[in-house]
Design a protein around this ligand. Structure first.
Ligand code: HPA
Length: 270
């Protein structure tokens, strides 16, 4: 894996990805942040050596480098999911590349269902802890200790300083920002009523199909990590309505301006 990481990083450096400070992974319906970036370099996932093989729906995936909020950033436009058939190592390979390029902070966004019924769709939640229900780990492979410690501490996987900065930015800009626990499932099917009941009992406030593998690897690499969910549906097992993925994407798009404000202001402040 080390050789693969070096090859991919070298390719990107030659394309002009020079010393980014912050890495950003953009989730479902949150792509507009790109419009705020002064773009200096781009690389299609299909062209980056050793990147996971792109699927058809993924042909638009690319890595972008530029300036946002006065900082050099590298942004993943489109991420890989376990539900698409990628392995945990595939899903997290780009995090290892971004770290090798120089990032010290990783910011992640995603779309999630609200399990905590005090939270409403269209609102945002900063993640302060997670429950990994994906049935595997991106660190469970033979060479892992060559890249960092195997038994990674997870007592505080989300950076407390960044969380409190997000909270101050939200209050300054009149954005409702909850704080809570994100449970990650594989998907792609949504949850049954019984599964939503279970998630609530387990202590989850939100549920989604991403983020946790990337955050585990960010901790493996000792990056400062933080993540924000846009709550796209309310997961009330006693009144569950069929959800349509187009509704989920529409709700994510609606919350996008708030998410953009949070990310931009946060980056300015670090
Ligand atoms: N469950 C899982 N993933 C999701 C959901 C959900 O309800 N909403 C958005 N992503």
């Amino acid at each position: 894996m080390i050789k693969f990481i070096e090859e991919s990083t070298e390719y990107l450096k030659q394309k002009g990805f020079n010393n980014p400070e912050v890495g950003i992974i953009l989730g479902t319906g949150l792509g507009q942040l790109i419009n705020e970036i002064d773009i200096e370099a781009e690389a299609s996932y299909n062209h980056i050596p050793n990147f996971p093989t792109a699927t058809v729906e993924f042909h638009k995936g690319k890595l972008i480098y530029g300036t946002l909020g006065g900082k050099k950033v590298v942004v993943m436009q489109g991420r890989f999911h376990v539900y698409e058939g990628y392995t945990f190592q595939d899903v997290t390979f780009p995090v290892r590349i971004m770290e090798k390029l120089g990032i010290k902070t990783l910011l992640v966004s995603n779309a999630a269902g609200a399990v905590n019924l005090d939270f409403k769709k269209g609102e945002l939640m900063v993640i302060d802890d997670h429950i990994n229900l994906q049935g595997g780990s991106p660190l469970a492979f033979k060479g892992v200790s060559k890249l960092g410690e195997r038994f990674v501490d997870m007592s505080a996987p989300y950076n407390a300083e960044i969380i409190s900065k997000f909270e101050s930015i939200a209050s300054e800009h009149n954005i409702t920002l909850h704080k809570g626990v994100y449970a990650s499932v594989v998907g792609p099917q949504l949850e049954t009523r019984a599964e939503y009941r279970m998630l609530k009992i387990l202590g989850a406030d939100a549920v989604g199909m991403s983020t946790v593998p990337e955050i585990i690897v960010a901790n493996h690499l000792k990056l400062k990590a933080a993540a924000v969910s846009v709550l796209t549906d309310e997961c009330d097992p006693e009144n569950l309505e069929p959800v349509d993925i187009t509704d989920i994407i529409a709700m994510a798009n609606k919350a996008e301006p708030d998410m953009i404000t949070l990310f931009k202001e946060l980056i300015k402040s670090i």
